[in-house]
Design a protein around this ligand. Structure first.
Ligand code: GSH
Length: 203
């Protein structure tokens, strides 16, 4: 059955999904559209909600990055079977996406002065607000969000890397448990080979 992941030639919301697929040694076509060429009308019009990522499996398609990542996590044993544990991980993933929402304000702002002000707030307040909490979660849970490797860890690393690309920073620098988790994910079998061969992302 053919599998395809459609996204831009960026890490963004697709990189955690790519990581999960590579970790699962799942063959798939990594379809990448040039961000600079967007919107590509024929592609955009073909998407169910006009946005990427989109995942295809045979004749079935799925949009929404978290639905795709959670589904693939389920397939590749990165989702616990206990409903409470699943919900705890879901809440962590939404917390990580709440952080990403703040970064999106920065990405979308066109006014240079306002953009600088948003970045200042992210660097001086937002990062510490979220990362002090992420650090506690990781410290209390054996260095992983759920006590052992799960999809939340992949989401975290992808979002940190995307934030770093857009802000031109290394936001995890002061947070040792976050740094350690990023290293662990990048060194996983499958992921390690992918990271070694992927082209650097450029905006
Ligand atoms: N909630 C959606 C958001 C998708 C989204 O915002 N996609 C952006 C890229 S990260 C996009 O397709 N932008 C181009 C457009 O809207 O035309 C998800 O998590 O998949």
């Amino acid at each position: 059955m053919a599998r395809k992941l459609h996204y831009f030639d960026l890490n963004g919301l697709a990189e955690p999904i790519r990581y999960i697929l590579h970790y699962g040694k799942q063959k798939f076509e990594d379809v990448r559209y040039r961000y600079k060429d967007w919107p590509i009308k024929s592609v955009k019009d073909s998407l169910p909600y006009g946005q990427l990522p989109l995942y295809e499996e045979g004749n079935r398609t799925l949009n929404q990055s978290l639905a795709i990542a959670r589904y693939l996590a389920n397939v590749h044993n990165l989702l616990p079977s206990d409903p409470w544990e699943q919900a705890v991980l879901d809440s962590i993933v939404y917390n990580i996406y709440d952080f990403w929402q703040r970064v999106l304000f920065y990405i979308k702002e066109q006014d240079v002065t306002k953009k600088q002000a948003i970045k200042k707030e992210i660097m001086s307040e937002t990062i510490d607000y979220f990362f002090s909490r992420f650090e506690k979660d990781l410290k209390d849970n054996n260095g992983y969000f759920g006590g052992k490797l799960s999809w939340a860890d992949f989401i975290f690393v992808g979002i940190v890397e995307s934030t770093n690309l857009f802000l031109g920073e290394e936001i995890e620098r002061k947070y040792p448990h976050s740094v350690a988790l990023i290293q662990k994910i990048r060194n996983l079998p499958g992921v390690k080979e992918y990271v070694a061969t992927r082209k650097p992302y450029v905006l």
